[in-house]
Structures are given as structure tokens and as C-alpha cells.
Ligand binder design. Structure first.
Ligand code: ZN
Length: 366
């Protein structure tokens, strides 16, 4: 029942300060010139899609539609040392040097505004706070509503709207400081979590499981054959899916691949890189709110079975504001103890209803 379980939701208004404007005069650089050149050839006005309105859309919807058992909290900022577990010193020094400025960090769309570094530190810090709260047993599960997102950020590089790899920072913190030995990261964002994969590529302490829209969809990685290397071989699992993949396909993937993988790995903490761009509104995959509920319950059951329910979600992408807000709400309902519906292939329920409606028209029976 809703409210049977407590869910701590971590967020902070500091993260609204990350607000790159493509029209601002940016720090001159080769990358900036290249981005301007690309934008010049487009016949529509491009604005930064990963904007503060994403977070306010979610929090306003949750305020208007409260869920029993959900409590709002704020975490602090990540420290340099916490970030340095997954990013190089030269990368961190470069990012910190941009504090107070507007600049492009990477050719494929990552930019900063004057308050972005503080926002990014809060994003990683709130991800850590979410993990700490489930490890301490303050709640059954937690959700870090953060931005900028993190899963494309590599050890040495910002990519795809991501500056610090929030989920990786949280996982590394759990391993280094919170007594965890095996962390399962489930990434269901529509885009492949290339950064998280890179960071834990050779690490057998982190099982990385990623469902995403198949290449050449951005960022183009995440092929089946990418399974990790060295000691980490077998600890990366990629499931590329076609755009048409919906609720039934997702349920099958999570039950047939993730559940046995988790059974083998026996995690002591489960993290979810939760993007909401697999929702059909974002046109990359074909998931509905019911589909999000089903995969949330599967992940929740894995956490229950292997690690006393220790489960923390960290927000990644999702750009349609309606499905972003309602998607987070659907996940939180399940985390707080709500029911999970049965899922069908798109249109099958409607087809059955229509068949029933028309059945008598062609029958001689009264
Ligand atoms: Zn995404």
C-alpha cells in the first residue's frame, strides 16, 4: 500500500543555478567555435535542453500530487576527494577553473554557466546523501533528484550534458567509505551510460547493467559485446534495444537478464541511473508509466532479496517535462509501496476492447 515504505527524496535549489545559455558570449576556444559553426547551419533556434525547468517540473508535480511516505531532504556538496575517486585531477582542475564563467566543456553539448560548478557539486553530493541515507537505514529507498545529470561523464571528459558522474561518485563512495563490497548499477536512461561503463570497465566490484536505445543513437556505444575487461570482464551488461521496445520488452529484459545476473552477483547496494527519456514522449524508446512501475518493482525486489532493500535512484535524462514529472511520480509510488499493474504490448488492450465492442455485430446470436 502507498506509504507502507519511506522514501527520502534528495534535492536542492542550488542545482537550478546550472543554466547555460547558448546566446551568451562564451570563453573563446576551439570547441566553442565548432559548436557555433554547427548551430549556424541549423534552421531552428537551439536552446539548452537540460535546463532548470526539468527539476522544477518534477518538484511542482510532486507537491501537487503528494505521495505518502515520501520525504524531501537536501544533501551537501561533493568534495574534491569524493569526485577524484572517478575523475582525474587534471579534469577536475579544469572544471573548477571554470567556476563563475560561461564556457563550453565539450563539443557534444556540455556547457557551463557561472553557477554550474556549484550545481554539479550539489548533484554529486545529493547522490552521495541518498546512498548514505539508505545505508544508514533512515529510509527503505532514496531518490536523488539532481542535475546536471552524470552518466555520460567520463574520467577525463564532460559529455552529453554531464559534468560529474553522479552515480559513479555515489557507488565509489559506498565502496570506499560505507562498507559496501559489491554495487549493482542499473542504468535505464534511453542513452547508453558510456561514462559509468568506462569508470567501472575493469572493476569486478561494480556490476553495470544498461538498457538503452541501440547505436547509432547517442552516444553510439553500449553494444552487446561490450562486457568489461580484465578483472571486470563479465561485469558490464549491455542490452541495446530498438526504438519500438516498450513495456513488455523491458519487463522481459529485466526478468530474464537482470534478475539472474543479480542472483549471481549478490549486490550489497543497488543504484539506478534513472532517466525518463525511455518514455515514449521522448521518442527514443516506447515505455509507458506502467512500464516504469514494472521495472522499478523488479529492481526493488532484487534489493529486497540481496541487500535488505538498500536501493537509491539518481536522476539522469528525460526532456519532455510531462513524462519526466509523471515518470518520477510513478517510480516513487512503487518505492513507497504502491501497486504495479500488468503490462501489455502497445495497443493490445485497446484491440481486445474493440474486438469485444464489435463482436455482436457479426454474430447471429442475440
Ligand atoms: Zn538520456
Amino acid at each position: 500500500m502507498l506509504g507502507d515504505r519511506t522514501v527520502n527524496v534528495f534535492t536542492d535549489e542550488i542545482m537550478l543555478g546550472h543554466d547555460p545559455k547558448v546566446d551568451l558570449p562564451f570563453v573563446p576556444s576551439r570547441v566553442e567555435k565548432r559548436v557555433r559553426h554547427i548551430l549556424k547551419d541549423l534552421d531552428f533556434k537551439w536552446s539548452y535542453p537540460e535546463h532548470p525547468g526539468r527539476l522544477t517540473a518534477i518538484t511542482e508535480y510532486l507537491e501537487k500530487n503528494p505521495i505518502p511516505g515520501v520525504e524531501f531532504k537536501s544533501g551537501g556538496s561533493a568534495t574534491y576527494n569524493q569526485l577524484a575517486r572517478v575523475h582525474t585531477a587534471s579534469y577536475l582542475d579544469h572544471v573548477f577553473s571554470l567556476s563563475g564563467q560561461s564556457a563550453w566543456l565539450d563539443a557534444d553539448t556540455t556547457a557551463v554557466s557561472p553557477n554550474s560548478i556549484n550545481a554539479a557539486l550539489a548533484a554529486a553530493g545529493n547522490a552521495i546523501a541518498a546512498v548514505e541515507s539508505v545505508i544508514k537505514g533512515e529510509c527503505q529507498s532514496a531518490f536523488a533528484l539532481v542535475r546536471p545529470p552524470g552518466h555520460h561523464a567520463e574520467p577525463v571528459r564532460a559529455r552529453g550534458f554531464c559534468i560529474f558522474n553522479n552515480v559513479a561518485v555515489a557507488a565509489a563512495h559506498a565502496l570506499a567509505r560505507l562498507g559496501c563490497e559489491r554495487v549493482l548499477i542499473v542504468d535505464w536512461d534511453a542513452h547508453h551510460g558510456n561514462g559509468t561503463q568506462d569508470i567501472f570497465w575493469a572493476d569486478p566490484d561494480v556490476l553495470f547493467f544498461d538498457t538503452h536505445c541501440a547505436a547509432p543513437f547517442y552516444p553510439g556505444s553500449g553494444h552487446l559485446e561490450e562486457v568489461g575487461a580484465g578483472f571486470g570482464e563479465g561485469y558490464t551488461i549491455n542490452v541495446p534495444l530498438p526504438e519500438s521496445a516498450g513495456d513488455v520488452a523491458f519487463e522481459k529484459v529485466y526478468r530474464d537478464i537482470l534478475v539472474p545476473a543479480a542472483e549471481h552477483f549478490k549486490p550489497d547496494l543497488v543504484l539506478v541511473s534513472a532517466g525518463f527519456d525511455p518514455h515514449r514522449n521522448d521518442l527514443a524508446l516506447n515505455l509507458t508509466y506502467d512500464g516504469f512501475k514494472v521495472i522499478t518493482r523488479i529492481v526493488q525486489d532484487i534489493a529486497e532479496q540481496h541487500c535488505q532493500g538498500r536501493l537509491a535512484f539518481i536522476l539522469e535524462g528525460g526532456y519532455n517535462l510531462t513524462s519526466l514529472a509523471k515518470g518520477v511520480h510513478a517510480v516513487l509510488e512503487v518505492l513507497s509501496g504502491g501497486n504495479v499493474p500488468e503490462v501489455f504490448e502497445t495497443g493490445v488492450k485497446e484491440a481486445e476492447y474493440a474486438a469485444e465492442f464489435h463482436r455482436s455485430a457479426f454474430s447471429d446470436d442475440e
